[in-house]
Design a protein around this ligand. Sequence first.
Ligand code: UN1
Length: 484
Amino acid sequence: MKQTVDVHGHLIGGQWVRADAVQENINPSDTNQIVGRYAVGTAEHVDQAVRAARAAFAAWSRSSPQLRHDILRRAGAELAARKEELGRLLSSEEGKTLPEGIGEVQRAASVMDFMAGEALRIPGERVAGLAQGSDAEVTREPLGVIGIIAPWNFPIAIPAWKIAPALAYGNTVVFKPADLVPGSAWALVDILQRAGLPEGVLNLVMGKGSVIGSALASHPEVDAISFTGSVPTGRRIAEAAVTGPVMKRLQLEMGGKNPLVVLDDANLDIAVECAVQGAFYSTGQRCTASSRFIVTPGVHDRFIEAVVERMKGLRIGHALDAGSDIGPVVDARQLETNLRYIALGREEGAELMFGGDVLERATPGFYLRPALFASTLPAMKVVREEIFGPVATVTRADDYEHALALANDTEFGLAAGICTTSLSSATHFKRYAQAGIVKVNQATSGLDFHLPFGGRKASSYGPREQGRYAVDFYTVIKTAYTSA
Ligand code: UN1
C-alpha cells in the first residue's frame, strides 16, 4: 500500500519512524470508514526500539520520582481534557459505544494520576540484621526494559495501566498495541512523549502479534513482558520468554469463562442488570464478562424471562449513535467465531432463548444481537470455552452448593459473581469461589482502577496488575546488609 502523509509512525528512541508497510484502521460500525493509517513494523523495528529502551534505562532508572510524577500527571491531565475526542477515536476503532469509549479514556487518565502518586511512594523497609551491628534494607529497584503487549478490547485503558506503573517505577518500555486498535495506542504514546519523557524511555512498535509480539518476547535485552490476550498466545509468549540467556519476568492476563450465580433469594432486578451488563455490554468483549449464568430452581424461569425481556430492549447499533446500548463486534473474524459458537450451542442441545442473529444497520458493520442459551449442561463447549462475544448460557443448579461447584467447574478463574440477599451465601462464595475477583450483587466486569486485578488457574500467570500491587511486577527487590 502506498504511504500517505497521514500515516502514523512508530516511536523509536524519541523519533517518529515511518515504515514501508501501512495498515488501514477500519471502523467496525462502518467498514467503509478508515479511522486512520498506521505503520506496520518488523522485527528490525523491535530490535531498534529495545536498544533505545536499553540505552535510556540508565538515566531514567535514576531519575527523580518528581520528574516521573510530573510527566504522568501531565499525561493524565491531557487525557482527561481530550476524553471526548479520544473516546470517539477509541469507539470508532474498537466499536464500544461512545459513553464506554469516553469512560475508558477517563479511566486511563485516572490511572496516570494514580501512578503519578505511586512514583512518590516507592516502598521499602529497614530491618535489624541478625549479626551483631548488622542492619538490613529491603528496597525496590526498576526492573529494566519492559515489553508490553496489549489486546484490542481496551485500546487505551490496558496500555495505560501497564505503561504508567512501568514508567512510575523507573523502567523503560517497548509497547506493542493490538493491530486492530493502533489509534488509541498512538494517541496515548504521543501524549506521554509530549508530557516530557526523555527519548527512548517509551517506544511504540505497531504491527502483527506474530511478528512484533514474538520478536519482543524472545529479545534477549527485554527483562519482562506484560501481556493481556488469549491463553494460546500467552503460552507462546511464555515459552519464548524463558528460552534466552536471562529468563524474563512474566505477567500474563488471559481468558475467562466467568460465572454469575443467581440464587432464589436474589433481588431479581439487580440480578438481571448484573447479567445483562456483565454479559452483553461492550459487546461481551471483556475477559471479565459473565458468560455463564448459574441459577437455582426457584428463580430459574423468572430470571430467564426477565433477562430476555431486558435483551429485547437493547439497542444494537453504530458505536457513535447516541441511541446505541451495544456496538458492533470488533471484526469479521470475531463475528465468525461468535456465530460458530451460536451454531455449536444449538447442535449441542442448548436452547436458544433469544438473539444470536446478524443485524443490518444503516452502515455496513459487524452487528450481532446478543444471544442467550438455556438448558445448558456443564460439559457443553458453549459452557466451557471462552467465546469473547455477547453470548451467555444459563445452567440450572439444584441449590447453592451445586451452584458453587458449577461456578468452579472451569479451567479459568478470573472473575466470579453472585446475586443473593443472603449474607451467609455471599460470605461463603467470596471465600470459596476460585477466582481472582469476586463480585456480590455487581456485574463481574467493570473494575476499579486502584485495586489489584488478575485471576487464577488458566486465566493468569504472574503478579497482579493495577493499584499499589503493580509494584510487585514492575520492580525488583534488593536486600542490602550493612555493618558499620
Ligand atoms: C473491566 O472489566 O473493567 O481484557 C476490565 C479484559 C480485562 C480487563 C477488564 N483485562 O477484559
